[in-house]
Design a protein around this ligand. Sequence first.
Ligand SMILES: C[S@@+](CC[C@H](N)C(=O)[O-])C[C@H]1O[C@@H](n2cnc3c(N)ncnc32)[C@H](O)[C@@H]1O
Length: 216
Amino acid sequence: VRWLRRWFSASAPAPALTPALRRRIRLSFEHAAADEQHFPSSIDPRIFHVRLILDQLAAINPAAVLDAGCGKGRFARLVQQQFPQSRVVGMDIAEAMLRHVPHPVLRCSGSLTSLPFASSCFDAVYATESLEHAVDIEGAVAELCRVLKSGGRIIVIDKNAEHFGRLQTPEWERWFGRKELEDMLAKHCRRVESRFISYWEDVEPDGMFLAWLGEK
Ligand SMILES: C[S@@+](CC[C@H](N)C(=O)[O-])C[C@H]1O[C@@H](n2cnc3c(N)ncnc32)[C@H](O)[C@@H]1O
């Protein structure tokens, strides 16, 4: 039935991000924060998703970094450790997630579709498996790029639309085509690329996860 779910999801119009839907999404993640197994507060630093982000940041030695949809801050913790002089901000829609974000990462409550930051204030922005929940994807991508400085880096790690149906997902969740998200980013970035990734550097990617990299 996977192709059927994929077909329905691809042909269904994107739902509107009404206040009621935003509230439902927020409450679902407030609740999910208690589920440490599926929403862990730490991550093995050898996992390639972490290494890719750290490598991208090392290239620009960022003064300010935004983890957009940070959850419990498992990536932000490692970013802060690697770049102790940087101001690392973890932003999420769910307060219960933010409570786990470790000091000295700065916590901030907000939504991907209306980021509570001034334009051009971050050297790097990354979003790991959070953009898929933003509903208004174009709007969220525009916001992520708005708060990025010129020359700054954006990294999005999310799942490939071609594999939609492989996991149980809430009805608002969207996965992205490789070119689809490249094109969205290209509206705001002068350089965009994407690649398939797996958890481990020596394991061939199975096509499920993609990393999109942009330079504004
Ligand atoms: C699957 S979790 C990933 C969390 C984290 N990035 C990680 O990899 O551990 C998705 C996160 O996105 C957050 N989220 C969902 N919709 C959001 C929105 N519109 N704005 C900000 N955060 C959002 C959720 O609260 C949740 O913490």
